[in-house]
Design a protein around this ligand. Structure first.
Ligand SMILES: *[C@@H]1O[C@H](CO)[C@@H](O)[C@H](O)[C@H]1NC(C)=O
Ligand SMILES: *[C@@H]1O[C@H](CO)[C@@H](O)[C@H](O)[C@H]1NC(C)=O
Ligand SMILES: *[C@@H]1O[C@H](CO)[C@@H](O)[C@H](O)[C@H]1NC(C)=O
Length: 349
């Protein structure tokens, strides 16, 4: 028989136990906010680059990141919380300002719960310290490189780099010597060019890039105009990317896929483009990107940088020729990528 005193004791014990736990739970959400701003700082200091000559432990850590966690059992609450923010990276909002035109931002609530932030020049160069960034693809890839150079270099140096970067149909390399950062643009307008990059150039290279951004499709749509054939070409890119990943004695590159932009058909500047690059075609090309095992969601190697969603948000006033969007769009793409790298580098610690 339980006495009244014992019952009171149980109640008291519950109060002692659960009230602080409840409070702690409440505080946790506030602390988490603080924790994430701290996490951004910590992982910036660690950076995305891991020396290629480190022993195998970092490789195992990195490899396990690319495998799905069975039952979602990440190594700590903190990495689970931050990786659970990845799906929100593209939730940016667009607004018009008289001074700067159309601009993007993460909603403040998302910025505080997930710690998303625009990186300053110093933060970005700390994150990429010692890293090799390769961006391979068509004119969209080039615009992403421009956004990266504008962030990493001072305005005069970025402007001076532009003529070389925009030389038609050629590769380009820039470095930030003070931080040991190399940035490569590889002109690869067709998917076969990307496959070749993996199978030949990167396979033979003594080192692989730390960050690899790929993207093509517009040339295929214009010149081949056949979604199924685009899909087959993407499947080859996927296989080549996976074969580069598997036997590496070093952490595999962080890989991203630059999605197709929204096309504004009536603004396209040639008859051929207006005939071949319509909404129907774009939809079927987008579907191939989703279905050919390329993207993380399907167990593939690349995180999608959803240019379609961002160009939709910026709107047609951001693309004078209906296809190439302005710097603000690629600034958003860049910061989404850098914040994804911050999250990934926390998981590689
Ligand atoms: C940047 O990387 C170099 C080697 O690539 C290293 O010596 C240096 O300590 C790093 N700096 C910071 C701040 O991490
Ligand atoms: C890209 O691929 C196309 C088609 O296979 C080829 O004609 C072109 O030379 C390649 N370009 C580069 C830069 O490798
Ligand atoms: C879109 O373009 C394709 C390829 O040129 C063409 O076959 C199709 O009829 C076009 N569809 C529309 C709705 O214009």
């Amino acid at each position: 028989m339980v006495s009244a005193a014992a019952q009171a004791g149980v109640v008291a014990a519950c109060v002692v136990l659960f009230v602080p736990m409840g409070l702690a739970g409440w505080h946790l959400s506030r602390n988490k906010v603080l924790f994430f701003s701290g996490a951004l700082f910590i992982s910036l200091a660690v950076g995305v680059h891991l020396s290629p000559y480190l022993p195998s432990l970092p490789h195992l850590l990195a490899a396990s990141f690319f495998l799905p966690h069975p039952g979602g059992t990440p190594s700590s609450a903190y990495s689970s919380a931050s990786s659970s923010c990845v799906p929100f990276l593209h939730r940016v909002s667009w607004s018009d300002s008289a001074a700067t035109g159309r601009t993007w931002a993460w909603p403040p609530s998302l910025a505080s719960t997930c710690g998303f932030a625009r990186l300053s020049r110093d933060e970005a160069s700390l994150l990429l310290n010692g890293s090799w960034v390769m961006v391979a693809g068509d004119s969209q890839a080039r615009l992403l490189v421009l956004a990266l150079l504008r962030l990493l270099l001072d305005p005069a140096a970025a402007a001076a780099a532009e003529p070389d970067l925009f030389r038609r149909h050629s590769d380009y390399r820039a470095t930030v010597p003070a931080r040991g950062i190399s940035v490569d643009f590889v002109w690869a307008p067709f998917e076969s060019n990307l496959t070749r990059l993996f199978r030949e150039d990167l396979r033979l290279a003594p080192r692989v890039p730390d960050v690899l951004v790929l993207g093509s499709g517009l040339w295929h749509m214009l010149h081949v105009t056949d979604a199924a054939s685009y899909g087959d070409a993407l499947a080859s890119v996927t296989a080549a990317a996976n074969s580069l990943r598997s036997p590496l004695p070093v952490p595999p590159p962080h890989m991203f896929w630059l999605g197709l932009p929204r096309l504004v058909n009536h603004m396209l500047n040639t008859e051929a483009k207006r005939a071949h690059m319509n909404v129907t075609m774009l939809r079927s090309y987008d579907r191939e990107v989703d279905q050919r095992g390329l993207l993380r969601g399907n167990g593939g190697p690349c995180m999608l940088l959803d240019v379609g969603k961002l160009t939709q948000g910026c709107g047609q006033q951001c693309a004078a020729d209906g296809m190439h969007y302005n710097g603000e769009v690629f600034d958003a793409v860049l910061h989404i990528m850098l914040n994804a790298l911050v999250i990934e580098s926390q998981q590689r610690i």
